[in-house]
Write a protein that binds this ligand. Sequence first.
Ligand code: PGA
Length: 250
Amino acid sequence: MRRPLVVGNWKMHGTRAATKGLIEGIKRGLDSVGRAELAVCPPLVYVPDVAVLLQGTPLGWGAQNLCDHDVGAYTGEVSGPMLVDFYCKYVIVGHSERRALYGEGDALVARKFAAARRAGLIPILCVGECLEEREQGRTENVVARQLEAVLDLEGVAAFANAVVAYEPVWAIGTGKTATPQQAQQVHTFIRGKIGAQDGTIAERLRILYGGSVKGSNAEQLFHEPDIDGGLIGGASLNAEEFLTIAAAAE
Ligand code: PGA
């Protein structure tokens, strides 16, 4: 049985004070969460604060991005080993905002996935099609290409300690959620793609859904057999809403 995972992606939101308030709100409600594992990915500068606030709690934390190199002259970048210094467990790689707004292509995303693993972090690899690609019936081609870039560089064994997040771009921050059936279909495809190379790894792989998950639609989505939790953007900025979503992941 795969343990559900619910991860908050705070993106570039909040202040130092608001971050503290949000963490405290989540901590207060942790008893209401059942079986799911929880983690938050705050803006990078707040990671050290979050590490202190969450130390000794069952809530994990991570970063939203990392450099594909471990050390060197890469102005403005942060490496995997630096994230490990602050006890990050997870790191998001290839989020669609990084791909679309910062020009991260499949090859760079694959190298970031590799960098995360080298450092001992668990990468959360985001994949997903944009609206035009869905309308052209190319969803599976796009997701396959995004997965293959990582499979080719790192091999299927790398997925034994990784998470995949299916995030249809048209559903991110738009209030338009994929239907549970639409999401399940792509999750099945992803598991099948990994399973074609290693059935055991595919069976154990957690595949999260992301894209306008809310307290009101989480249960239906998480009910699908291949949806193992969620990557939550906007709704993770509210402690109560985030906890409601987490409690729906049974
Ligand atoms: P959203 O974002 O929940 O605000 O749609 C999800 C994500 O980008 O990870």
